[in-house]
Design a binder for this molecule. Sequence first.
Ligand SMILES: Cc1cc2nc3c(=O)[nH]c(=O)nc-3n(C[C@H](O)[C@H](O)[C@H](O)COP(=O)(O)OP(=O)(O)OC[C@H]3O[C@@H](n4cnc5c(N)ncnc54)[C@H](O)[C@@H]3O)c2cc1C
Length: 536
Amino acid sequence: MSNGAFPLITDLPVAIVGAGPVGLTTALALSYYEIPFIVLEANADHSTETKAGTTLTRTLEIWQRFGAAGAVLRRAMRVDEIGDIERATNRSRNTIKLHLLGDETRFPFVANIPQYDMEPALRDCLYGSRQGKLLYRHRLTSFTQYSDKVKLEVETPDGARTFAACYLLGCDGGRSTVRDRLGVSVEGRSMPERYALVDLNVDLDIENPRDYPHLAYFSDAKEWMILVRQPKCWRFLYPVFEGQKEFTIDELREKAVHFIGDVQNVEVLGTNLFNIHHRVASKWRVGRVLLLGDAAHLITPMWALGLNTGILDANNLAWRVAWVLRGWANDTLFDCYEREQKPVAEQGSGEMAEAARAYMARRAADVKAMSSHAWGNAYTRSLLGVRLGLDQTGDWSMAKPYAEPPPVVVGDRAPDGLVHDSNGHQVRLHDLFGHSFVALYFTDVRRRPDIPENKFPWLTHYAVSRWDATRDSPIRERALLDSGNLITQRYGCAANTMVLVRPDDHIAAIEPMTPSLAETAYRAALSIPRREAVPA
Ligand SMILES: Cc1cc2nc3c(=O)[nH]c(=O)nc-3n(C[C@H](O)[C@H](O)[C@H](O)COP(=O)(O)OP(=O)(O)OC[C@H]3O[C@@H](n4cnc5c(N)ncnc54)[C@H](O)[C@@H]3O)c2cc1C
């Protein structure tokens, strides 16, 4: 059954538990793939708590694909520079210059938006979806797995209800009921210190003009600080060390005022004191149940890696759900979700956030994720540099410590960039990805290379060439003009190379072009660790 373009192997929807940012993004992604879903949210509305404040470039790209970037950005502050400042001297250290990513992404900036504004923006984007619905005051209490479905027991204001779903995606946060009912343990540690933040309503633009970066990390051995300009306030965040008394509201206000100097009209809008953790679930999949976001990993909120890592989970999992439910892959396709994303959360974002904590507290002079190269730092901190371990070699990474873009390798996020289609229209590569695997053939179309026709919805082929294909060329419709050879140079492949890109933008294969190569590489990409049936 399906109300979309492709028949599905089941009549049951996918159940998403939790309508936080990860649950909402997962629902948007399933909507994009025309997969029926229900979202069950325990609360009556979205949280008004002061939580995540910064959304990184990679998250914006993912929301762009799933139709939500505009709605979020309309409410956000865009920031093209992340300050790295020595608090004692006000000396700038490794400022992150995001404009250096201008050729790499349509979003060469990050976005400051409080989670209580972001979640309604994501929710509003879901309202147009024909694929599913969001049910508030529906708290999952337990579930039972069967060979073909999961039965969910849910508490509602009208009493207990039962739902049946083909898969259950646990996006229910750090205290996940789904994880708990699976009996999955969480490994890692909670930190002895806590963080305190204060949101201030103060005019630092006109009444008391200041030139602070809109996102800045002030390192200091005694007391570091993070400054975030939110759309409607200025946020200051400090550590509260082990054994230290928690700050009163007046103390938090005074600390901020001490930093910004004598100013008029300062109002405290809110404060928050929170514990911090570095903990990861030991298993992310048990049968028909999978974990995403904070349910799978809790990362200290340094360098904005918590929510943003959860959005990477949603991006990695959604196309797998679509492929399995369309009958294009066996459900062992889910096994690689944990294998690829867990290292990113555990030793990737988690370790990076820990290194950032040491760097901020001046316990480490430098960290791997912060090289002497401005381009590499921008690429890393925007999360564009995440390379997934697709080929089972354990070769994955979060950091790209390079002065200039290196050639792409398997597992990398395929760089974005502009090409022209056969109608002369400018096209972004990322707009060609998403719905299918895409084979890009870096070649010379004058020589009429053998590029397969686009016969199947799961695999699309394009030639990329700085030469135009003649009007009678059989591949003219599939030829993308790479003016100036810029995309070819960025990908860094030898002539006549095929790069196979997955629907989540990650590169599945790079091989010298040969007939039927893409089909073979596609089948291989679906069949790690075992070969699975793909419709002929
Ligand atoms: C102060 C602070 C600042 C932060 N700053 C950043 C930042 O700048 N950038 C960043 O990337 N991250 C940041 N984080 C982390 C970020 O807030 C979390 O990573 C993010 O909220 C995780 O999203 P989620 O959707 O996985 O879980 P949650 O946001 O926790 O959402 C889970 C949802 O599930 C619902 N739920 C729970 N149990 C059930 C149930 N049984 N049935 C139905 N529904 C249920 C909950 O009501 C909730 O709506 C910060 C966190 C804090 C506390």
